[in-house]
Design a protein around this ligand. Structure first.
Ligand SMILES: Nc1ncnc2c1ncn2[C@@H]1O[C@H](COP(=O)(O)OP(=O)(O)OP(=O)(O)O)[C@@H](O)[C@H]1O
Length: 366
């Protein structure tokens, strides 16, 4: 299966800022790479350049060992010559062909026999739960059904490289879950190289072998889902991943949480003045009675208990400190009330520290 090389890729649509700015990224053979980031960060542009639907403004793009787009070398391979399976959010089915004919389209182009084609259409339409709509036209299908036809059409030809731009966006949550499992299974079986665009961090975490987080056209971090979650390289990545989001304490002023953060940093960093914030994830913290927390080695934050919200199977706990809210998650309902003197305790290795430029900083004993 082919790998994809993006070397110093720039895309400019004629505006002041680049939609994609000096992107260096290698999608390895067999990777399930999720491009993740907020709306407008350049994910779709990146995947459209790989597909050849947009040309790069500068840089060098390769698929396998072939250069497919490189202005400097005057190379541009058109999309139909890149042997890529594509599914985009706007699924562009042929309106005059029914479901079976749409799925058959790519098979016909690849000159498979009538019998092979019939079998493959049956297989993929059944797998994607659209077998009973095979005679319907796209206009007679819901958005979610059309999206499944687009996926079936792509999967039918067993592409070596799949580019998927928010392919599950129109499905309800149950179908989305099933389709994710299906995509993951197909990837596992065929070791296809996949580039998958999503703004849904949960989707990226569950599907990807590696995640590339983008922000304002700039690649922030690439790594396995757990790398990115456990060791975010900067404040943006830390805040983008996680629900409820990570809790930040900015080292400004003298409120109670700021004092607690400074106490934690004392002896762990040489110059607290270069630290901008510390942070902890909602599931990394526990609530303890004040007396019990006193000897804890980590970040110890005096808080008032505010509210407990059931989330089905777990609890989200809202606590206050120095006029700020912090959120914790817990599998058990905490046995406290707002009259109790409690502390949030975060083990040292679970405390994230960011410098004044918002970059991750490693600290001693954390
Ligand atoms: N054809 C175009 N002409 C001009 N600007 C464009 C064009 N396509 C995208 N852009 C701009 O480029 C930037 C990146 O857009 P892109 O669609 O790649 O982002 P995205 O991360 O995929 O967003 P979304 O999740 O909303 O689809 C945005 O600022 C967008 O407005």
């Amino acid at each position: 299966m082919p790998s994809i090389g993006l070397e110093n890729i720039v895309k400019n649509y004629g505006t002041e800022t680049n939609a994609v700015d000096r992107l260096n990224l290698t999608v390895e053979d067999g990777d399930f790479m999720c491009l993740l980031g907020p709306s407008g960060c350049g994910k779709s542009t990146t995947v459209r350049m790989i597909a050849g639907l947009e040309s790069v403004t500068a840089g060098h793009l390769t698929i396998g060992d072939q250069a497919v787009d490189s202005p400097e070398r005057s190379v541009f391979v058109p999309p139909e010559k890149r042997d890529i399976g594509l599914v985009f959010q706007s699924y562009a089915l042929w309106p005059h062909l029914n479901v079976a004919q749409n799925v058959d389209y790519g098979l016909k182009l690849r000159s498979r026999s009538r019998e092979q084609r019939r079998r493959r259409i049956d297989e993929v339409t059944e797998k994607l739960g659209i077998g009973r709509y095979r005679d319907r036209y796209p206009s007679q299908l819901s958005g979610g059904q059309q999206q499944r036809v687009a996926l079936a059409r792509m999967l039918a030809v067993d592409p070596q490289l799949m580019l998927l731009d928010e392919p599950l966006s129109n499905l309800d949550s149950r179908l989305r879950l099933e389709m994710r499992a299906e995509l993951k299974r197909i990837h596992g079986e065929n070791q296809t190289t996949v580039v998958f665009v999503t703004h849904d961090q949960w989707e990226a975490m569950t599907l990807a072998t590696r995640v590339a987080v983008m922000y304002e056209g700039v690649l922030q971090q690439v790594g396995t889902p757990l790398d990115i979650y456990d060791r975010p390289i900067n404040r943006f990545v830390a805040g983008f991943l996680g629900v409820p989001p990570i809790n930040f304490i900015d080292l400004e002023g003298d409120a109670e949480p700021v004092r607690a953060a400074r106490d934690f940093l004392a002896g762990r960093v040489d110059d607290v003045g270069r630290i901008g914030s510390v942070a902890f994830r909602p599931e990394s913290a526990v609530l303890l009675p004040a007396a019990e927390a006193a000897s804890s080695p980590g970040l110890v934050l005096p808080v008032r208990f505010d509210a407990v919200m059931p989330t089905g199977g777990s609890w989200t706990v809202d606590v206050r400190s120095g006029g700020r809210h912090f959120y914790l998650t817990s599998l058990h309902r905490p046995p406290f009330t707002d009259a109790d003197d409690v502390r949030v305790v975060v083990p040292p290795e679970k405390v994230h520290v960011f410098d004044i430029h918002e970059n991750r900083t490693e600290v001693q004993g954390a």
